[in-house]
Design a protein around this ligand. Structure first.
Ligand code: AMP
Ligand code: GLY
Length: 417
């Protein structure tokens, strides 16, 4: 099978890495890709937001499966265009992707499906904003209704800051603060059958100790030794299956990857957000642990035949990924800095540790930074402590001027077992 992956971040590098190891995949393409993905897939230039261009490229390549990585093309209807061209596509329609594209839509679906989430108000005027902030009190949770690459959410004790963020959005969701640790649980679905993956935890804040601003994610690990072993079953029953059923009932079935961002609160598990695609950086650790070849699972989801697949098989290994971000991320990341040490990781640390590229590009013989999150250094080990040690050993070999990374990814969880 020929597979075309759309996107060019570390998530797509992780997807391409897994697909490149799958004996069913005869040719692998990525558009637009990045400097690291070029080592496992043939890159093609494309405007990832242009459905017709993506469908034409898939047709030209003879792709038997298209996998759409990021949310923006999904919300723009790229999966619809590929599907209309008669090519199986892993990724939801624009309508179903509203689960991520609009926080207000997601709240409406959850209310209809009886899915537990934070109480919330959708506000469009300063009066509504003030009333909602007053109703919930501090800490304030203020979310831009539209897509914001993980940066549209402000959680703060500061009323003035909460108000300022809310007034800067056209439509804003203000909601109850959820305490407790966060879990990301992904499920692959064809719109009817739902197959959960292994849970992971992301680190959203920029700095150690969960300080600093929210980012797209600074690291992740899986499994979660501290979590209730019944967590996946519970989320399947309370969240994932009812959400998939509700979208089908509305005539907009969701096929692709349903990402539940959860808070494990003192009053039970609550949904913080849905995403309509694989999470980044959680995908890096989840796929590192998946033994089942990926292509047929994604193809079954695309074709509506997920119920025919064998149960997924997982490695016992733990996985940790640490994101290396550029100077000034997430505000105004500096790009164009040379990255060194990649060959040393490949020579000294592989196959247990490896570097997945996010914002990188080739400039002559050099690889330079080209985005906020630059690399996702991933490692597996017999437990989290070992995976963590290997990941940080590899991180230490990478040289990127002004770069930043968290030093505490999976630290607490590694000490748990
Ligand atoms: P979201 O984009 O909705 O996932 O929000 C980004 C981050 O903001 C989440 O991962 C949480 O860390 C935090 N957050 C969002 N909603 C809440 C909430 N209701 N209570 C506490 N923290 C939240
Ligand atoms: N890791 C957060 C996200 O993918 O949205």
């Amino acid at each position: 099978m020929k597979v075309l992956v759309i996107g060019g971040g570390a998530r797509e590098h992780a997807l391409c890495r897994s697909l490149s190891l799958d004996p069913d995949v005869s040719a692998l393409y990525c558009a637009p890709g990045n400097a690291g993905i070029a080592e496992v897939a043939e890159l093609r230039p494309v405007d990832a937001l242009d459905g017709d261009a993506v469908a034409a490229l898939a047709t030209e390549l003879g792709a038997g499966l298209v996998v759409v990585g990021p949310e923006a093309p999904l919300v723009a209807g790229v999966a619809d265009a590929v599907r209309a061209a008669g090519i199986p596509v892993f990724g939801p329609s624009a309508e179903a992707a509203q689960l991520e594209g609009s926080k207000a839509f997601a709240k409406d679906v959850m209310a209809a499906a009886g899915v537990p989430t934070a109480r919330s108000y959708v506000c469009t005027t300063p009066e509504e904003v003030d009333a909602a902030l007053d109703a919930f009190g501090a800490p304030y949770v203020v979310k831009d209704d539209g897509l914001a690459a993980g940066k549209g959410v402000v959680v703060t004790e500061d009323l003035a800051a909460a108000r300022a963020h809310a007034l800067g959005c056209d439509r804003v969701v203000i909601e109850e603060y959820l305490d407790g640790p966060e879990v990301s649980l992904f499920a692959i679905t064809d719109g009817v059958t739902v197959v959960p993956l292994q849970p992971a935890q992301d680190f959203k804040r920029a700095l150690d100790g969960d300080q600093g601003p929210n980012t797209g994610g600074m690291g992740a690990y899986s499994p979660l030794p501290w979590a209730d072993p019944k967590l996946v079953d519970e989320v399947m029953e309370l969240v994932l299956q009812p959400t998939v059923d509700e979208l089908r009932r509305r005539g907009t079935p969701f096929s692709g990857l349903l990402y539940a961002g959860l808070a494990i609160t003192s009053r039970g598990t609550r949904v913080i957000e849905f995403n309509a695609r694989f999470g980044d950086p959680e995908t890096q650790v989840v796929l590192a642990r998946l033994r089942t070849p990926l292509a047929s699972v994604l193809l079954n989801a695309a074709n509506g035949t997920l119920d025919t697949g064998a149960p997924l098989v997982w490695r016992e290994d733990a996985a940790v990924t640490v994101v290396i971000a550029s100077h000034n991320y997430p505000e105004t990341p500096r790009t164009g800095d040379p990255i060194e040490g990649l060959a040393e990781v490949a020579a000294e640390d592989a196959p247990d540790a490896y570097v997945l590229h996010a914002g990188t590009r080739r400039e002559g013989d050099a690889i330079v930074s080209a985005g906020g999150r630059v690399l996702s250094v991933t490692a597996t080990g017999s437990d989290l402590a070992q995976a963590r040690e290997k990941a940080y050993k590899a991180v230490a070999r990478i040289r990127l001027d002004g770069s930043q990374h968290r030093t505490d990814i999976a630290a607490k969880a590694a000490g748990h077992s």
